[in-house]
Design a protein around this ligand. Structure first.
Ligand code: SF4
Length: 332
């Protein structure tokens, strides 16, 4: 029986190339892809990239939904956050641990990743790579084919399962070496590196932090963070205002029992969802924010309807748009 390896495959260029380099040495590869609630594209989109890459590489792909577990590390990462709310080291440790479990289950010999030394400030420097290996229980068993010649030899290299001479010495943030390699392999269609993780997006990270500071975060809450304008009205109440027709419709779909739904009744304007504890004063404040985004002169009173499902009764109040300064003070 030949040598088998497990690969972490995002569907991006680096992980695709890493697998290609190892396949070239006659190793059988099984690719793993992990779905989290924070994929920058929609969840099916991320999965589609991985499926497409695996298909073109001709390798088997296993997709795992790790949403619940992932949320746990975002709430409390042992190694902290990067520039925003991205717990990259803990995230990589978790994915490597999963890869180790799968490696042992199928009798594979090592794990491949598309990590490139020095490409990402938090998780791809030498010390971080060592921590990830150690804490996932994969010391010496993680082969990073794109940077392997810049790193200590791994066990599969020492055992002669892999020829180190045919691995690469890429480092840094430039993508030119990977693009040149892609051309050599005839890989022309790959996603832009901008794809990835919402936790590195400053706006999303601010909303995520606000949520963690005020609520017991569940997966259901994450969907709301992906859209709309967000306002913190009190420690226990927030408002999300749709920015276009599509977001208005999605907000209504995500609304749940106990939320307050608001919208102008006599002119065009957004739909907003208030979540948390809303007394009459806060409903008025929410209505004034909705009025601010309605199609009406900036200081005119606007009729705003609100209801609290499952109660279908629509109440109407007249709200003067909140002024810009106050609005910005509430914006998350
Ligand atoms: S950017 Fe996001 S998905 Fe990537 S390692 Fe960091 S936390 Fe994980």
């Amino acid at each position: 029986m030949g040598t088998k390896a497990i690969a972490l495959l995002s569907g991006g260029l680096d992980s695709t190339l890493a697998i290609r380099v190892v396949l070239d040495q006659g190793i059988e590869v099984i690719a793993l892809n992990f779905l989290t609630p924070f994929c920058l594209c929609d969840r099916r989109g991320c999965r589609r990239e991985a499926i497409k890459a695996a298909d073109e590489l001709g390798v088997e792909l296993k997709v795992f939904n790790i949403a619940e577990e992932y949320l746990g590390i975002v709430k409390n990462p042992r190694y902290g956050y990067g520039k925003n709310m991205n717990p990259c080291i803990d995230c990589r440790i978790m994915m490597h641990r999963k890869a180790k479990e799968y490696m042992q289950m199928v009798g594979a010999s090592f794990v491949i990743t598309g990590e490139v030394l020095g490409q990402r400030p938090m998780s791809q420097h030498k010390a971080a790579l060592r921590i990830i290996e150690r804490d996932s229980g994969l010391e010496g068993l993680v082969l990073r084919p794109l940077s392997a010649k810049l790193l200590p030899p791994t066990i599969p290299e020492e055992q002669g399962l892999i020829d180190r001479e045919r691995l690469l010495a890429i480092s840094g943030r430039s993508r030119k070496p990977q693009m040149a390699l892609a051309t050599r392999y005839g890989i022309n269609d790959y996603p832009s590196p901008a794809g990835g993780c919402l936790l590195t997006d400053p706006g999303f990270a601010r909303r995520m932090k606000d949520l963690l500071d005020h609520t017991e975060v569940t997966l259901g809450e994450i969907g709301l963070l992906r859209m709309g304008r967000h306002f913190r009205l009190s420690p226990s109440a927030k408002l999300v205002v749709g920015r276009d027709k599509e977001e208005n419709e999605r907000l209504l779909r995500l609304s749940r029992t106990g939320d307050v739904q608001l919208t102008p009744t006599a002119c065009k304007g957004p739909i907003a969802i208030g979540r948390g504890h809303f007394d009459q004063d806060l409903i008025m404040r929410a209505a004034r924010i909705v009025a601010r985004y309605s199609d009406t002169p900036s200081d005119a009173e606007v009729a705003i309807g609100y209801r609290r499902p499952p109660d279908d009764t629509m109440c109407i109040l007249l709200a003067r748009p909140l002024d810009e300064e106050e609005l910005e003070g509430l914006r998350i």
